[in-house]
Design a binder for this molecule. Structure first.
Ligand code: 3PG
Length: 205
C-alpha cells in the first residue's frame, strides 16, 4: 500500500482552476497561508497543465489531482506531475489504475459496503464523499466502532464551521474542501484573500 496521505496535513484544499494563469498564484497563496498542499480537480480543460505548472514552479507545495473518475486520468495526472491522487468513488479499474501509478491515493466511499470493499482491497485510508450529504460527522462516528480500521478524509460541504467537528473524530485524519479558494476571490485574483483563508484554516486546526 502507498504512503499515508491522511497524516501529512490536516486540510487538503480542493481547487477548481479555470484559468491556467491562476494556478501558480493560488498555490503560492496557500503556501504563504501555511497550507502547503493543493488538490487540483480534473474538472476543467486546464487542470493537467495547472498540475504541471505548479509542480514545476511551486516545489514547496504538495500537488495532487482530484476528481479522478476514469482509469486513464490516473496515469495522465501522474504524468503531469501529480504527487497524490483522489477519487470521489471507487471501481475496480479505477483503484487498479491509481495503484499502478504507485502514488499515494484516496479512493472514495460513502456507504458501509463501499468502505468494506475498499478494506478488502487493502485500503485503510479513504475519502468520504460527499461527506455532509452522506451523513456527515455522525456517519463517521457511527462506523468507527464496527469498522475501526477505516480512516477518512471527509470532503463535500466542509468549511471552517464544521471542520473541527470532523477533525476531532478518531477515524478522521484530515478534511478536504474548496472553501479556501472561493470562486469570487479567484475571479478577482484576490490572492491575499486566499492567504488569509489558508492562515485562518491553519490556525483552526
Ligand atoms: C470534492 O471534490 O472533494 C468536493 O467537490 C469538494 O467539496 P466542497 O466544494 O463542498 O468543499
Amino acid at each position: 500500500m502507498t504512503a499515508s496521505l491522511l497524516d501529512r496535513v490536516p486540510v487538503i484544499p480542493v481547487v477548481v482552476i479555470e484559468n491556467l494563469d491562476h494556478a501558480v498564484p493560488i498555490a503560492r497563496a496557500l503556501v504563504a497561508g501555511g497550507v502547503p498542499v493543493i488538490e487540483l480537480t480534473l474538472r476543467t480543460p486546464v487542470a493537467l497543465d495547472a498540475i504541471e505548472r505548479i509542480a514545476a514552479e511551486v516545489p514547496e507545495i504538495l500537488v495532487g489531482a482530484g476528481t479522478i473518475i476514469t482509469p486513464g486520468q490516473a496515469k495522465q495526472a501522474a504524468d503531469a506531475g501529480a504527487q497524490f491522487l483522489v477519487s470521489p468513488g471507487c471501481t475496480p479499474s479505477l483503484t487498479k489504475a491509481m495503484r499502478d501509478t504507485e502514488l499515494p491515493h484516496l479512493p472514495g466511499a460513502a456507504t458501509v459496503s463501499e468502505v468494506l470493499t475498499l478494506l478488502e482491497a487493502g485500503y485503510t485510508e479513504l475519502k468520504f464523499f460527499p461527506a455532509e450529504a452522506s451523513g456527515g460527522a455522525n456517519f463517521l462516528k457511527s462506523i468507527h466502532s464496527p469498522i475501526p480500521a477505516a480512516r477518512f478524509c471527509p470532503t463535500g460541504g466542509i468549511s471552517t464551521a464544521n471542520a473541527s467537528a470532523y477533525l476531532a473524530l478518531p477515524n478522521v485524519g484530515c478534511v478536504g474542501g474548496s472553501w479556501l479558494t472561493p470562486a469570487a476571490a479567484v475571479a478577482e485574483q484576490d490572492w491575499d484573500a486566499i492567504v488569509a483563508l489558508a492562515a485562518a484554516t491553519a490556525e483552526l486546526v
